[in-house]
Design a protein. Structure first.
Length: 240
């Protein structure tokens, strides 16, 4: 499937077998589609605030091949149902590729007390992570306002479902407009470097990679290799 980061053939086949369905006939009967989709990937390096955020956008065509080799309309509901899971898988694979290519490691970070952790590259100063997390900071500030208003109005505890809805609203309300033009990557890197130097000093910035690799080496001496559950889930069941 186009647009994945670090997914091998097994991963691609897993997604295709599980989620590629096509609508056929006037009653839109759902049938399994032939393997493959048409997609275009657009790589971005910054968030809407201009801070570092490596990510991809993938536009998937709704036209896929039916079993009779004619073109049909992709059944998109599974994509919507698994959007969060696929996004998390993408983030995991992206971090794995970065760590493998640069000899780095990840550590859990808890930006919100009581919520699940976010995996970050080990050895990166907290000040720089916070500086780059402008979107999250704005969203969490608005979320607190909404939660306070809700509890004051209803005097009811905030459930997980209600909090999730508020999070979506807070993210939408604090989202800045898209930039009409984007700077080239060298210009972005120069600006990010200047901002990082102003925050933690030039010596730390110049030694980022070395310090991060030292942190990764320390982690690997204390953590055993874990099974890649996500990859294992896509392997065919062994016959007895």
């Amino acid at each position: 499937m186009a647009g994945r980061a670090g997914a091998g053939p097994e991963r691609e086949e897993c997604l295709q077998l599980e989620h590629l369905w096509v609508r056929v006939g006037a009653d839109s009967t759902v049938q399994r589609a032939r393997a493959g989709v048409i997609a275009a990937r657009f790589r971005h390096y910054e968030n809407r605030d201009g801070q570092p955020l490596l990510h991809d956008h993938v536009v998937v065509s709704v036209k896929v091949r039916r079993q009779d080799d004619r073109w049909g309309t992709l059944h998109t509901r599974p994509f919507l149902e698994y959007a969060v899971a696929l996004s998390e898988l993408y983030n995991q694979r992206l971090l794995e590729e970065i760590c493998r290519a640069l000899d780095l490691a990840t550590v859990p970070r808890y930006p919100t007390a009581g919520q699940r952790p976010v995996m970050e590259l080990a050895g990166i100063p907290e000040q720089l992570i916070d500086r780059a997390a402008t979107r999250n900071t704005a969203t969490m500030h608005r979320l607190k306002e909404l939660a306070d208003q809700y509890q004051k109005r209803t005097r009811q505890p905030l459930t997980t479902k209600i909090r999730q809805r508020m999070m979506e609203r807070a993210s939408h309300e604090t989202r800045p407009p898209k930039k009409k033009t984007s700077q080239p990557l060298p210009a972005l890197r120069a600006r990010w470097r200047d901002g990082a130097i102003a925050l933690v000093g030039e010596e730390v910035v110049d030694n980022f990679l070395r310090l991060a690799r030292l942190a990764a080496a320390a982690i690997r001496t204390t953590v055993r290799t874990a099974v890649d559950v996500a990859a294992a889930a896509c392997l065919p069941a062994a016959t007895r």
